[in-house]
Ligand binder design. Structure first.
Ligand code: C2E
Ligand code: CA
Ligand code: CA
Length: 246
């Protein structure tokens, strides 16, 4: 695990990058977007994964600096990607990012200045974070939703959200937790949660993305259950931007 000082130094030295993992629609068979996943690329080329620094950053307001820094990087990447056509991109935020309106304002000002369509951007917030969040978080989230950005509830199935929670928060997508997907064929309960979540979400008009899809069997079963969007190693691992565009 990195220390706060090491994270600050990585920020100052611009060592964070996004890797992109494609998301595929089973209806069109095409890539319709990507999730941006942070990596710390050390000067010697070593790639450090987010579990080594995001939990530390989330314990303080450092996470807010990372999110702001990375959003601006995402916009630069999106401007570079524009040449290959519009693509929706999702990125991960923490509940702390919505404790005040700094991030929401930065996003709105930046989209205004660059003329990038807000509909292309989706923010992912975990289900467990949402369940603990209060009104201020919702208000700041609404600033973005009202401007046309989308929200996805990440790691869905870990926090036991009810239909009620989902209807009270402005999420247009849920992302089924990859633990559920990996246990689908080994646990009746997981399979039931997967199938019920897909039905419930669709009844509310909410999209479902299955995450961590690693095998054809999982993909096939999800398709039969009515899940039309998937992400996982079976399609592609997250890759650096130059590789993503080639
Ligand atoms: P997440 O948002 O749930 O992201 C999905 C994680 O699953 C990613 O790990 C991805 O590389 C991995 N994954 C994708 N497909 C598969 C698969 O088929 N099998 C398996 N076993 N894994 C798969 P990664 O990139 O290490 O990110 C871990 C977590 O770190 C993310 O989980 C997210 O919570 C957090 N994170 C990543 N980037 C950011 C960021 O920019 N900001 C914040 N606040 N958190 C981030
Ligand atoms: Ca995510
Ligand atoms: Ca997830």
């Amino acid at each position: 695990m990195l220390t706060s000082n090491e994270i600050v130094s990585a920020l100052e030295n611009d060592q964070f990058e996004f890797y992109y993992q494609p998301k595929v629609s089973l209806v069109t068979g095409k890539v319709y977007g990507a999730e941006a996943l942070i990596r710390l690329v050390a000067p010697d080329g070593t790639v450090i994964m987010p579990d080594q620094f995001i939990p530390v950053a989330e314990q303080s307001s450092l996470i807010k600096s990372i999110t702001r820094h990375m959003f601006l990087k995402l916009v630069r990447d999106m401007l570079a990607l524009k040449k290959i056509g519009p693509l929706t991109v999702s990125f991960n935020v923490s509940v702390r990012d919505f404790e005040d309106d700094t991030l929401a304002k930065l996003i709105l000002e930046t989209l205004d200045a660059t003329k990038l369509p807000s509909e292309l951007f989706q923010l992912e917030l975990t289900e467990t974070a949402t369940l603990e969040a209060g009104d201020v978080v919702k208000e700041n989230m609404m600033l973005l939703v009202d401007a046309g950005l989308n929200m996805a509830m990440d790691d869905f199935g870990m926090g036991y959200s009810s239909l009620d929670t989902l209807s009270k928060w402005p999420f247009s997508t849920i992302k089924l937790d990859q633990g559920l997907i990996s246990r689908m064929f080994h646990s009746e309960k997981s399979l039931t949660i997967v199938e019920t979540s897909i039905r419930m979400a669709h009844e509310l008009g909410v999209y479902v993305v299955a995450e961590g899809v690693e095998t054809q069997a999982q993909y096939q079963r999800l398709l039969e259950t009515g899940c039309t969007r998937i992400q996982g190693y079976w399609i592609s691992r997250p890759v650096p931007l130059p590789q993503y565009t080639s």
